[in-house]
Design a protein around this ligand. Structure first.
Ligand code: 13P
Length: 272
């Protein structure tokens, strides 16, 4: 087993000085939090100043992009190439629901980005999610069918991972982020998120047999220090993608601390 992973998605928030203060506070605190891999995803424009500001690196703190273009360079106004940050970024969030909804990213674009990440030794954190809550209690088979339809979460995974080789699977995180839970204070319950993670893992097993267990499945959507334990206690949930709560260092460090406590005993992602 690997360490759990906690990813901070700062989205388009903070001023530069706020980003420097927050990253410094997190840095000083996470040094003492063991058995958890922590990934900070600041706005791309703050990435280098934040990393420069920290000067040294702690073992369990990594950086990621919130979005990455699937090309090395060229006429892509406003985009950031992985090639520009690959020396400092170990991760990139790919296919976040806000990118899909507001910037019309398709599963095919997500697939290109996943492959481009892997070619550049960047680990993709692939987001998938549904608009409306599944009702697994009453309609299990029907809901599984819904997941397999065009646009369904299992189809999102299939397309995102098309053409990815088995040797690269250990570098991929799938983040289950139900759209109805993102930014709403209406998180899924731990049991619900675990049930969906179980379905995702089963699907991956059918697809990739033995190598499926190499893929980590995260949960995201209104995670905070009050509900983090509920998610991390679930054996099928390997980590978290945190939005608003990652903008407050006490809250975020508490989330990391609890994730570490609950899952302690796992080994490090770096060992891959
Ligand atoms: P919140 O944690 O603010 O709901 O955001 C979730 C998210 O979108 C993380 O990527």
């Amino acid at each position: 087993m690997e360490y759990p992973i906690v990813v901070a998605n700062w989205k388009m928030n903070l001023t530069l000085s706020e980003a420097l203060i927050l990253s410094g506070q997190i840095f000083r605190n996470v040094e003492n939090i063991k058995h958890v891999d922590i990934v900070l995803c600041p706005p791309a424009v703050f990435l280098y100043p934040v990393i420069d500001g920290l000067r040294t690196k702690t073992k369990n703190l990594y950086f990621g992009l919130q979005n990455a273009m699937s090309e090395k360079e060229g006429e892509f106004t406003g985009e950031t190439s992985l090639n520009m940050v690959k020396n400092v970024c170990d991760f990139a969030i790919v296919g976040h629901s806000e990118r899909r909804r507001l910037f019309l990213e398709t599963d095919e674009m997500v697939n290109k980005k996943v492959k481009f990440c892997l070619q550049n030794s960047v680990k993709p954190i692939v987001c998938i999610g549904e608009q409306e809550r599944f009702h697994l209690e009453d309609h299990f088979d029907k809901e599984i069918e819904r997941m397999k339809k065009q646009g369904g979460i299992l189809t999102q995974i299939d397309t995102a991972l098309e053409g990815v080789s088995e040797k690269d699977l250990s570098k991929i995180c799938i983040t289950y982020e139900p759209i109805w839970a993102v930014g709403t204070d209406n998180a899924a319950s731990g049991v619900y998120a675990a049930a969906i993670s179980y379905i995702i893992k089963n699907h991956l097993k059918e697809k990739f047999s033995d190598h499926a267990s190499d893929i980590r499945v995260l949960y995201g959507g209104s995670v905070n220090s009050q509900n983090v334990r509920e998610f991390m206690m679930q054996p099928n949930i390997d980590g978290l993608l945190v939005g608003r709560a990652s903008l407050n260092f006490k809250e975020f460090c508490e989330i990391c601390q609890i994730a570490s406590q609950v899952k302690s005993g796992n080994t490090s992602f770096k060992d891959n």
